[in-house]
Design a protein around this ligand. Sequence first.
Ligand SMILES: [Zn+2]
Length: 234
Amino acid sequence: MTPETTSLLLLQSDDDVVDLLRAAAAELEPRRRALEAEREGALRKLTQARAAVEADERRIRDIEARIADHKARQERNLAHLDAVKRMREATAAMMQVESGKKILFEEESAYRSVVARVADGLAAVSAHEKALADMEIAQSDARRALDAEHAAISAQLSAALAKRTESSKGVRPPLLAKYERIRGRRAAQAVYALSDGACACCDTAVPVQRRILMVSSGSIEVCETCGVLLYATE
Ligand SMILES: [Zn+2]
């Protein structure tokens, strides 16, 4: 095996480490997203509960305004009833007073039910606020653990990248470019040994003449079937 082949194999094992560390870093992302989704879910419930209370509070103000109007109208109706003299007018005025009472009764009952709903809504807001706060406390450990893992992986990755840069210096630029292209395309191992005269990746036999050349010159060739780099071990 030539020194360059040895360097190339070292580079390949360095790249395996880099890839493992990148995969480990990528695995942290779904965990972080899951925490975020959980928190957003709790926050959404709280926001919805608050919006429901605000809408009911607006309803209360509207009903209060309508009740005030109805009361004022009812006072005028009662004053009119006191003032009328003739029976027919009195009957009409009485009906108006009765109908005003009915409307007021309905508005007041709607008012009481919205007021009760606001009380329930405020309790729900408190419960959602507490749930969110509890979740943030519970999540803080998980987030700290994630941050620590991320920092550890980042440090290892920097070291691994520095090592791979150093190893790459042992491989001449044309071969290095070829190796990086093949590794990038396959997203996996790019250099294989000849195994019993065949490519160890796809098991296609390499012609004898070429094999002899590879052994004698130590050259690294591309497998014509699967496109990986091949080297002879003997
Ligand atoms: Zn092959």
